[in-house]
Design a protein. Structure first.
Length: 100
């Protein structure tokens, strides 16, 4: 699911756990980690959403995104874990342990 400034809050409200991938079109590592996140989403049935920081810089600022890709785990709308950088699937699964 692709988030916008308008749909971000609603997505947080509708999901107890939501992983948000902060990315940009020009970011090579973002493109590398995208299929890995797709696999995790399918395998673990966890909602993962994407937010383009170039299109929604106010949300990147709000969550202090300074490097991408950045994935934030939200639990009941509250950010509880941030993972920075493209990582292999087994590392991301370990990072998300307890939420997936």
């Amino acid at each position: 699911m692709n988030l916008t400034s308008e749909t971000f809050s609603k997505a947080l409200d509708e999901n107890n756990i939501l992983i948000v991938d902060f990315w940009a079109e020009w970011c090579g590592p973002c493109r590398m980690v995208a299929p890995v996140l797709d696999e995790i989403q399918k395998e673990y049935q966890v909602p993962i959403a994407k937010l383009n920081i170039d299109e929604h810089p106010e949300l990147a600022d709000k969550y202090q995104i300074r490097s991408i890709p950045a994935m934030i785990v939200f639990e009941k709308g509250v950010p509880v874990k941030t993972v920075i950088g493209a990582r292999p699937k087994h590392i991301l699964v370990k990072e998300f342990e307890g939420w997936i």
